[in-house]
Write a new protein. Structure first.
Length: 231
């Protein structure tokens, strides 16, 4: 059960606040990967209606943090290290194609948008806001998927990669700040390649290779381990 000490949620920002309550419970460890989220119980606990909780769970599902299984219910996304490794292997092939196709539809406004996301990643890394970092990181990649203008490619990457981001959002903590800064730099380098239209496929693969190494180390580190054990 989620540890709630606040008053019942006001309707004005209902769905958003329910989403934030569940997000915080996940990142704090009150909810763990594989835990079931029972709509009726959560609605009663928060003092809200079942519909509002259901809408919040749909939003969390789109973010990859919740998995809905027909006839069983909603569960906090559970991705194993083996799952992550297999996803990365496919992701590198698909994203290399996506960024190459995205070049055909790239324009100055989109470059500005991507630059803003990279800048936001750097700021989040510097302040230790790892959740905001991953939100901007995912949006950066989603923009490239959409710019590929291949709906099958974009849909495949959405299905594969969103749970991967959710997995590492759950696992990483503030002491990975330096690595997050390195990731922001790699995104900046990738954006430079996109802007110059040079070696974009190779740069994307190199960036994902570096990310895979960092995320593999993070995944192998026990959750809650002190910084000394994480190096």
């Amino acid at each position: 059960m989620i540890n709630i000490e606040t008053a019942p949620i006001k309707p004005v920002t209902l769905r958003h606040r329910i989403v934030e309550v569940i997000r915080q419970a996940i990142t704090s460890g009150d909810l763990s990967p594989g835990d079931r989220v029972v709509e009726l119980r959560l609605a009663k606990q928060l003092g809200v209606g079942n519909t509002a909780v259901r809408e919040a769970l749909f939003e969390l599902e789109r973010a990859g943090l919740v998995t809905r299984i027909p006839n069983k219910g909603s569960f906090i996304t559970k991705t194993t290290l083996e799952d992550a490794q297999q996803i990365f292997r496919v992701r590198k092939v698909l994203e290399a194609l996506a960024v190459e196709l995205a070049l055909e539809h790239m324009s100055a406004p989109y470059l500005d948008m991507l630059q803003g996301l990279v800048d936001a990643m750097k700021t989040a890394a510097e302040t230790g806001d790892f959740e905001r970092f991953y939100q901007n990181d995912l949006e950066f990649h989603r923009t490239l998927w959409q710019l590929s203008q291949n709906r099958y490619l974009a849909s495949s990457l959405e299905t594969l990669v969103v749970p991967l981001f959710a997995f590492f959002l759950i696992r990483t903590r503030l002491d990975y700040k330096v690595d997050l800064l390195g990731s922001a730099r790699r995104h900046h380098q990738l954006l430079d390649s996109i802007r110059n239209r040079q070696q974009v496929r190779d740069r994307m693969v190199a960036s994902l290779d570096a990310s895979e190494t960092f995320w593999d180390q993070a995944a192998r580190t026990p959750a809650g381990a002190p910084p000394a054990e994480r190096r």
